[in-house]
Design a binder for this molecule. Structure first.
Ligand SMILES: Cc1ncc(C[n+]2csc(CCOP(=O)(O)OP(=O)(O)O)c2C)c(N)n1
Length: 441
């Protein structure tokens, strides 16, 4: 007997752990499983609030396909940031506790090693998945367990961080590491994603050459599954197909020794399950580029503003109306809004002032300045270290950068604050918000 009102659909109710998914259902039934999983997330999160939303909805099909194709928890699935892992939690023994998400005494809103053997790595801060999964892959190869799969699922936002590039750089050199990086590309961070990498990914996604090669690779993989040739043959055929066409266009990931596959439709759960199963046979580091939509499958988040639906709070699931909590007495304005308006006021008087945020323009309200003075306010991506050293560089030239970082994420940039700003006596103004104890946000 459950102690909550949330009823899973008929398929979802048969899944306690992923082996149930693998044994009880055919590939053709996966779309229904995905649909019920999505509905369950909508039912619970709309009522409990205080949770993330759009990111988990966007990876429902990917989550089902991953647990279907791979032998979790023997195969190691590593989520990045972890705010998208609600479907994973529900499929891995926590459906009956899901209504306690992020509540006192309840389950964590992020993967947590002490909570489940399926949570291979604790997350919250972004861009750790490639390094962590690579470490697992190298360790298991060393231990003589080369059959185990290691899968890092990373968003296009998280991919903008230096740490993610450091992981790619090392992984491309570890040719025996059984590592699959899944790039969950929805063009969104919390706000629209930014930077040259984002433009590059958009180019790949819309390029006809890439799509043609993708089809060829899919065909090849299809043949492979039917006739079951050995992994070496597959690898050399695929890499031959790729070299002929892709390399002419110089693929960033191929240049780093990854085998690149995609882009594929991240909402086609049957197609995903097939391609993931096929990729198991391809040795070494590889990347699957999945195109998804944040908030997919629920009308209001899919058609509405994805930033608003990143973490909407309580909402009416029938109308999509987000419930505003009316405070008992008038509250002071939010810190970030005071900051956002003040920096514009100050910058109007002092043309040396510039604003910098690492991927939190709406969270820290620098978006007010980005709109008013686009040449003087920068979203630099999820890159706290770079944000600080970039600010230091601005300061060496007489600018007055206001570098605005959530206190928790500032941990990433301690060294830059000391080495690049303080020791060099540079005039950088740090504006930290979300300091102290943070409750529901
Ligand atoms: C180091 C760090 N900086 C900032 C954040 C805040 N943050 C949480 S989710 C997110 C966006 C992640 O975008 P993406 O990886 O593309 O995933 P999506 O939400 O689009 O699925 C950001 C900036 C964080 N978690 N960690």
């Amino acid at each position: 007997m459950s102690n909550h009102p949330y009823k899973p659909g008929p398929f979802l109710s048969q899944i306690t752990v992923p082996s149930d998914l693998r044994t009880n259902f055919t590939e053709e039934q996966l779309p229904q499983v995905a649909q019920e999983l999505r509905q369950y997330i909508v039912d619970v999160i709309s009522e409990i609030g205080n949770s993330h939303f759009g990111a988990s909805l966007g990876v429902v099909e990917l989550t089902v396909a991953l647990h279907y194709a791979f032998n979790t928890p023997e195969d190691q699935l590593v989520w990045d940031v972890g705010h998208q892992a609600y479907g994973h939690k529900i499929l891995t023994g926590r459906r009956e506790k899901f209504h306690t998400n992020r509540l006192k005494g309840g389950i964590s809103g992020f993967p947590k090693r002490s909570e489940s053997e399926y949570d291979t790595f604790g997350v919250g801060h972004s861009s750790t998945s490639i390094s962590a999964a690579l470490g697992m892959a190298v360790a298991n190869h060393y231990k003589g367990e080369p059959q185990r799969q290691h899968i890092a699922v990373i968003g296009d936002g998280a991919m903008t961080a230096g740490l993610a590039f450091e992981g790619l750089n090392h992984a491309g050199f570890e040719k025996d590491a059984n590592l699959l990086v899944i790039l969950n590309d929805n063009c969104m961070s919390i706000d629209p994603n930014v930077g040259a990498l984002k433009e590059y990914l958009t180019d790949i996604t819309t390029s006809h050459t890439y799509n043609k090669v993708k089809d060829e690779v899919w065909k090849l993989l299809g043949k492979v599954s039917k006739f079951g040739p050995d992994a070496q043959t597959i690898a050399s055929k695929v890499s031959h197909a790729l070299k002929g066409t892709l390399l002419k266009q110089s693929n960033l990931f191929e240049a780093l020794n990854f085998r690149y596959f995609g882009p594929v439709d991240g909402h086609d759960v049957i197609g995903l399950a097939k391609v993931l199963a096929d990729l198991k046979d391809i040795p070494g580091p590889k990347i699957l580029h999945c195109v998804t939509r944040k908030g997919a499958g629920y009308k209001f988040s899919e058609e509405g503003n994805p930033t608003k639906w990143h973490a909407p709070g309580v909402f009416n699931k029938e109308t999509g109306e987000i419930v505003k909590i009316v405070p008992k007495s008038p509250e002071p304005p939010k810190y970030q809004d005071v900051f956002g308006h003040s920096i514009v006021e100050l910058a109007e008087k002092n043309d040396k002032i510039m604003g910098v945020t690492p991927a939190m323009p709406s969270g820290c309200s620098l978006n007010i300045m980005m709109q008013a003075m686009p040449k003087r306010a920068f979203d630099v991506g999820i890159a706290e270290q770079h944000a600080v050293t970039f600010s230091a560089g601005l300061a060496t030239q007489g600018m007055v950068p206001f570098c605005n970082i959530y206190s928790s994420f500032m941990q990433r940039a301690f060294d830059q604050v000391l080495h690049d700003v303080a020791l060099q006596n540079l005039n950088v103004v740090f504006c930290l918000d979300r300091g102290g104890l943070v409750g529901a946000s």
